[in-house]
Design a protein around this ligand. Structure first.
Ligand code: CUA
Length: 485
């Protein structure tokens, strides 16, 4: 158990003004059978202690300090700083003489002196005992401490590795991302995967150390001591600053590369102008002169969307394509671009990702990704069949321009008045008067929506919606409303 038998006896110097205490402590040290201790001298003044220190070269100096003969700061300055192998314990006598007050002035029952002497003799560092002990420069007991630390580090590392593996596996099983259906989604998903792994590892690192410490360093039965006070560890602090910095810089490089990939332009891209209005989407294909309420795209061909808004800020987002872009009001200067190369034939949905008013949650439109041949067939069908009937044309226009997001055609109350049976009736207005719903009134309501507000509704119709409609188109819309008996 003890290494003391194999090495030369520990040499102890006691410094105390109180002869009785010094003698008592001296006997206590030398009487212990397993303690290989020699008390080399008892000094009664600081000068004497200094002389004996040089003459006898003790391993341990026990100082019974007071303010008169052995001033604490004086002792610290003389003996603690400088000397390499010397270990110094500072004690102070209590009032009753039955207890000793140690350096940090916490009380200690006499039996505890036995404990820390035993600990010291058995090769443990005195700093592990309950008492504040100054033990500078000692090296003989560093080895067991270091191997103990390695044991803890190893134990914690195993928990962290297992926990990290479980979390990363769990995150990958959880399928946190929606289906991937565009070329631009790939670099974004790679970024997500990288981040999920780093986050999983960091979580395991923190929780793993926490769990290990809760068990390994828990308070044992009968242990009433404070833990060792640690003030800092420079290499650890450098490590936990430099490693995260490196990870963040690496992530920024990956992010810049992914952004570059999502913006890569194909000069043969199909152009679609996307117009958001409260609360509908309109898709215009300038190459084919098509206006559609659904976004139809050919597979494996890049489409460039040019986004704008007639009223407030909307945001174009198809989760399966990952990329997202705001649609801003303000005309040509504010048009924003988004490039999408669909990779899977199927049906998706565009949703508005910017809170834009009462029916924001309903602002969705179907997205269809077709094969090249089917896309061409769809284009042909759109071009070939312009309806000849004005009611049919008006029906289509009111869908294309998003009117029906607010005005129902079946009497259902909406944000605006329903059109069912409205033509030819007298409507009560917000100002108390009434108006006949006829051709003139509908034209005014489209060109200048704020002029007459029907009682019970708010003045929220986009003011410039009429600017995009020709007189002939408005005539078709009137024919359509008139037909809704
Ligand atoms: Cu448009 Cu939300």
């Amino acid at each position: 158990m003890s290494k003391a038998g194999k090495v030369s006896p520990r040499r102890v110097l006691i410094a105390s003004k109180h002869a009785l205490f010094a003698q008592g402590l001296s006997s206590l040290l030398q009487e212990r059978p397993q303690a290989d201790v020699v008390v080399v001298g008892i000094a009664s003044s600081i000068q004497e202690a200094t002389q004996m220190l040089h003459a006898h070269q003790p391993d341990l100096l026990i100082v019974d300090y007071d303010d008169e003969h052995f001033n604490r700061e004086d002792v610290l300055a003389r003996f603690v700083e400088g000397e390499g192998r010397l270990r110094v314990v500072l004690l102070s006598l209590g009032e009753s003489g039955h207890e000793a007050i140690v350096y940090d002035r916490r009380t200690m029952v006499a039996a505890q002196i036995d404990d820390w002497l035993a600990n010291w003799v058995e090769g443990e560092h005195l700093i592990h005992s309950s008492n504040r002990v100054i033990a500078p420069g000692s090296t003989d007991s560093d080895h067991p401490r270091r191997s103990n630390a390695m044991k803890h580090l190893f134990g914690a590392a195993i928990i962290i590795i297992l926990l990290a593996a479980a979390i990363i596996f769990g995150l990958e099983q959880a399928r946190l991302l929606p289906h991937q259906a565009s070329l631009q989604a790939r670099p974004i998903d790679n970024l997500f995967t990288f981040h999920f792994r780093v986050i999983g590892f960091l979580f395991a690192l923190i929780i793993g150390f926490l769990l290990y410490s809760l068990v390994a360093f828990r308070r044992r039965k009968g242990d009433t001591e404070d833990a060792v006070h640690i003030t800092g560890n420079t290499s650890l602090e450098v490590l936990w600053t430099v490693v995260p910095l490196g990870i963040v810089l690496y992530a920024s490089i990956l992010g810049a590369r992914a952004l570059g990939e999502t913006l890569r332009a194909d000069p043969r891209a199909l152009e679609v102008r996307v117009v958001g209005s409260q609360w509908s989407w309109r898709f215009e294909y300038p190459d084919y002169d098509i206006i559609s309420t659904e976004l139809v795209l050919p597979v494996n061909k890049q489409t460039i969307l040019r986004l704008s808004s007639t009223d407030v800020i909307h945001s174009f987002w198809v989760p399966e394509f990952r990329v997202k872009q705001d649609a801003l009001p303000g005309g040509e200067a504010m048009v924003r671009e988004l490039r999408i190369t669909p990779t899977e034939i199927g049906e998706y949905q565009v949703r508005c990702a910017e809170l834009c008013g009462r029916l924001h949650y309903q602002m969705m439109a179907p997205v269809k990704v077709l094969s090249q041949a089917e896309f061409q067939a769809w284009v042909d069908s759109q071009i070939a069949a312009p309806p000849t009937n004005p009611v049919e044309r008006g029906d289509r226009l009111t869908q294309q321009f998003g009117c029906r997001a607010c005005h129902s055609i079946d009497g259902t109350p909406g944000v605006g008045p329903s059109w069912k049976g409205i033509y030819g009736t007298l409507e009560p207005l917000a100002d108390g008067s009434t108006v006949l719903v006829d051709r003139e009134y509908i034209i005014e309501s489209i060109r200048n929506p704020g002029a007459k507000i029907v009682a019970g509704f708010q003045n929220i119709m986009p003011a410039n919606i009429g600017a995009e409609l020709s007189d002939a188109q408005i005539d078709d819309i009137i024919a359509f409303i008139e037909s809704l008996k």
